[in-house]
Design a binder for this molecule. Structure first.
Ligand code: DX5
Ligand code: ZN
Length: 215
């Protein structure tokens, strides 16, 4: 059984609050908020005000996923807004250990994300600094993209590297997570399923959260 992190990218953006509350009532564990800058990825998404507004209505931890360049310049706004976790993409940050220290100095949990083209081995020397990793199974930028199967072996490899380093942090998978891929991800040892379309694009948000939680 894995935790479920509901990615609001797939919400009806006129109804984000009520849809997040439905996911919370159904048993979602985390709210996942993608922040995109139109530079690192083509798309542009949410700002700090959404984080502070969501903070007022949900008890769930707010996990901000930076899909942007120069993450250090965006951090203070999201700290102030009440983010609980900040994850940034490794290839968007030349000095990741410094960035991790800034996140932790602000009292937040720090995560690193890698896209489907990147090797999980690149996380080895960061493990001792971080609180979690996101293995992306789609290219950053959009929901609803084809799922990259390579993530299954990356989960196993991440577990091996964590054994070798002697530190385990939760492994999240982000992109194309649904009932079918989610089952295999849980079998491969994922800790957190990040799901957008399969939760907020479903006929019933409640049912889809319950299905993922039961895997
Ligand atoms: C993609 C985002 C994901 C996105 C996943 O850049 O990081 O969080 O919401 O969407 P689905 O679950 O629809 O693939
Ligand atoms: Zn994401």
């Amino acid at each position: 059984m894995a935790k479920v992190s509901a990615s609001i990218l797939a919400c009806d953006q006129t109804r984000i609050g009520e849809q997040v509350l439905e996911a919370e009532r159904a048993g979602a564990d985390i709210v996942h908020i993608d922040v995109m800058d139109g530079v690192y990825v083509e798309n542009v998404t949410f700002g700090p005000q959404l984080v502070s507004d969501l903070k007022k209505i949900t008890k769930l931890p707010l996990s901000v996923h930076f899909e942007l360049v120069r993450p250090e310049t965006f951090l203070p706004m999201f700290v102030k807004a009440g983010a609980d976790y900040v994850t940034f993409q490794l290839d968007a940050c030349p000095n990741p250990i410094h960035m991790i220290r800034e996140i932790k100095k602000a009292g937040l949990k720090a995560g690193i994300g890698i896209g489907p083209a990147y090797d999980v081995e690149s996380l080895r020397y960061l493990l001792k600094h971080i609180d979690g990793i996101i293995l992306m199974s789609v290219e950053p930028g959009y929901g609803g993209q084809p799922f990259e199967e390579s993530v299954y072996e990356k989960i196993q490899r991440a577990h091996e590297i964590m054994d070798e380093v002697g530190k385990h942090v939760p492994i999240s998978v982000d992109g194309g997570v649904n009932e079918v891929t989610g089952r295999k991800l849980v079998d491969a040892g994922v800790d957190i399923l990040i799901a957008g379309s399969s939760v907020f694009g479903a006929e019933s948000i409640t049912e889809s959260v319950k299905i993922l939680k039961a895997l």
